[in-house]
Design a protein around this ligand. Sequence first.
Ligand code: SF4
Length: 163
Amino acid sequence: MYSDQGEYAVSIDQSKGLQVGIWVAYSLKIEDARHLPASGIPCLKHRCVKCCLETRMPLSNLDLKRILKLGYRLEYFAVKTKEGSRLRNSSGRCVFLQGEGCEIYPHRPAGCRLYPLVYDETLKRSVIDSICPYSHEFRVQRADVQRLKSLIGEICNLERTEG
Ligand code: SF4
């Protein structure tokens, strides 16, 4: 993000004074416009549920426990696959997608909170999923990348234990 700001400011700058002014204004605009994935603000703002359709979101042990505590049966919301548990779809939608929103939003799985930040197996690094139509509105911090790494580690360990 900072390198983008730098490139932008340098490319339009003709005088140092102007550069400072533009830099500050642009920084503020970006800070105001982008949101952390866990905030869910772009999703709510655009009433987007794209990533809740035909979901393949993996569930960690903590996700399973948290959702079970809400009173849902495991068979209702999870499917077991070779790669571990995933959210279940019903008629092509996540079972928790009711009307226009997630009915367990404050308790949603960790992967849903981090999306559109995903791990790209080919690139071997975390990337913003371009399938998200509002991907440009998300601002990713180092802590999000760390959280994703821990989550993947947790899910992989679970698979090994169960497999
Ligand atoms: S596709 Fe992107 S904007 Fe839409 S609900 Fe998912 S994360 Fe939010």
